[in-house]
Each structure stands twice: as C-alpha cells, then as structure tokens.
Design a protein. Structure first.
Length: 366
C-alpha cells in the first residue's frame, strides 16, 4: 500500500512525525503487508532549509518530494499546491493521501486527491471553532467533507462531525501532537535555553502572535504588545515573520526591556521554554493544546477556539485583543481544576496506522 503524507507548515511536521514512526514500526512487525510512506513537503510557509531544525528535532526523514510553493494569497497558495500536488498523484498513483491539521496544504491536497477518486485520511478531523472568518475553519470543514477516514483527537470532534452528518469512517484516536510532545519532552529538558536567556523557571511569560486578525490589524497588534509591555513580566517573544513585518510597518515600539523578541525556535527548545513558563500568551491553536498538556496556564488572543475543552477545564482563557482583558488575565488568571486525559495517551499514531492497515487489507474495523 502506498500512502502519501502531506505537510506544509511547522505544526504539520509535528503531526506527521509520529505517523512516519508508527508506519516504520508497523512495517517492522509485518513481513508481507507493508505501508510505503511518501512524505510530500509543500513548502507552504518554509523552505526545507528553514524548516530543517524541525525535521532534526522530530527525527523526520528528508521529504521524498518538495513542491516549494512558497507564500501568496490563500487562493494563490491553495491553487499552486493543487496544481503541483496533482502532478505527484499522477506520477505516484497512491492508494491513500493522508493530510493533517487545517492549513492551505491540507485542503489543497485533499481536494486534488478526492477529485481523482483517491481516498483521503484526515488526521485532526472534526475540530470546529465555529468562526468562519478564520481561514483554518473553512479548511477544516472542506477537508472533513472530502475525507473517507477521519481521525478525531477528542470526543468533542467526533460530536462535531456527527452534527454535520458525518459518521462513517470516523475514529476517536487521540491526538498525534501528544505523541510528538511526549517523544521529545525528555530531550527538551536538556536544552539550556532558559538559562541562556537569563530566565528562571516559572518567572517569565512566553508569547506567540501570528494570526492575521492580530497581525494585520494595527489596533489589535498594538493592544496586545502594550499589554505585554506594561505587564511587569519578563516576556519571551519568538517573532513570526508575518508579525515582524507588521510591527515594522505599523511603527510599533515595544517599550522598555519587558519584551524580548527572538527568532523562531526549533521544537525542542521551544518546548523547554513553554514548559518552564509561568503563563503562555498566544493566538496559536496548537500551543493552546500544548500548554494544557504541559500544565501551563494559557491566555488566548482570540474570541473563539477549536480547543474548547481547554477553556471548559479552566486552563485556557479567551481574551481576544482587548488590552484590559489581557492585562487582567496575566495578573490573576489561574486554573481552577486538574487536567483531564482528553487528548489521549500518546499512542494516537499507532491507532491510526492500525486502522489504515485494516482498511487496506479488508480486516474488521477497530
């Protein structure tokens, strides 16, 4: 069985890595029925050299195929990926296309495959923020409705699909991001990044800002940065390229020494930085979930989230770009309960691999 796995952004690499490992373990235990993985890197946000550190941290093999589509508008990027990926499908003739997450690479690859009647498996299916202004929400919905196999990270995700009339091919597997995090957590503790920046454990904040609703709106971006600057906390800020451009174009001055902007980090170093933070302030979906797993309170710079469980458990608070709400949350927000085991036990990729093999060779469903 030939399976193409598609990734295009840093979060995608973290989701694909456990799948590649699980396929390797499956093949090692099966002498006859093998899954042949083909890793396609679309180059949506990062060329391979820029993303190499993530491949090294996660022990990902080099991509078999690199499309190098680069940046552009949503339509340009999605169109380029579809055009280039369709060529790969004609050449490779895969039995299955596996897409992960909710980025443009995800929906583009799914659309290209389903139009050629090639089955699609969506890892991280069923997530909904119910905010159609988010491009990721559109990508999630379209990809789920294109897919024949839908691997859900949570019970909420399964319920979301059921509400949309999707029940066939739906599996609750847990979250592959838990697999990825647990696989490198021990290695991350060896990093000296906390000391290198002169920090003490639980005595600083980590922030990430990259969503267009925050970076492309000068008022929102200024509110967020002002709240962080005036918080009186040490704030470590790995700056996304889009955010860096926005800060320069808007002429925003990060006052004083409160905020320390740094270059984007590899996964292992960033994991260490997050795990020792007092709180995390972010507009990232994946980081909300990682904060929950790492038991670090999260302040989310959005009005809605696809990871509603983290809010319901009071480990995550939604503040949007409201300066007063951000300031208040930094000052007083604390979790009110213990985490639940809502994202699985770190064996999601193994479950997904087993289900794919059962589907491929006609065994009963798990």
């Amino acid at each position: 069985m030939k399976a193409i796995l598609v990734a295009g952004t840093r979060p995608n690499f973290m989701k694909v890595a456990p799948l590649i490992q699980a396929i390797g373990e499956y093949n090692a235990s099966s002498t006859e029925k093998q899954i042949v993985p083909i890793l396609v890197h679309t180059g949506q946000h990062y060329d391979y050299e820029m993303s190499r550190v993530f491949f090294e941290d996660l022990e990902l093999p080099e991509p078999d195929i690199y499309l190098g589509v680069g940046s552009g508008t949503h339509a340009e990027q999605t169109g380029k990926i579809m055009i280039e990926f369709e060529k790969v499908l004609f050449e490779e003739k895969p039995d299955l296309v596996v897409v992960v997450g909710d980025v443009n690479s995800t929906v583009a690859a799914a659309l290209a495959a389903v139009k050629l009647c090639i089955p699609v498996a969506h890892v991280e299916a069923g997530l909904r923020s119910y905010d159609r202004t988010m491009p990721e929400e559109i990508n999630r919905v379209l990809t789920d409705h294109c897919s024949q196999l839908l691997f859900c990270p949570t019970e909420t995700a399964v319920g979301n699909l059921k509400n949309e009339g999707i029940s066939d091919g739906v599996y609750l597997t847990g979250d592959v991001m838990v697999d990825a995090l647990l696989s490198v957590k021990k290695a991350s503790e060896k990093s000296d990044i906390v000391g290198r920046f002169g920090l003490e454990s639980k005595q600083y904040l980590v922030t990430t800002i990259h969503r267009p609703s925050n970076t492309d709106d000068r008022v929102n971006l200024k509110n967020i940065l002002d709240a962080l600057s005036e918080s009186g906390e040490r704030v470590i800020f790995p700056v996304h390229p889009r955010t860096k451009r926005a800060i320069i174009e808007c002429g925003i001055n990060m006052r004083g020494e409160t905020i320390k902007p740094i270059e984007p980090l590899g996964y292992i170093e960033f994991l260490k930085l997050m795990s020792h933070a007092r709180k995390i302030v972010t507009d990232s979906g994946g980081i909300q979930k990682e904060a929950y797993i790492l038991k670090v309170p999260c302040i989310t710079l959005r009005e809605r989230t696809e990871w509603i469980e983290t809010v319901e458990d009071n480990w995550n608070i939604l503040v949007g770009a409201d300066k007063e709400k951000i300031t208040e949350a930094i000052r007083v927000f604390e979790p009110a309960s213990e985490q639940r085991d809502i994202f699985g036990n770190g064996r999601a990729a193994t479950s997904i691999c087993q289900i794919i093999s059962q589907q491929a060779w006609g065994k009963e469903k798990a």
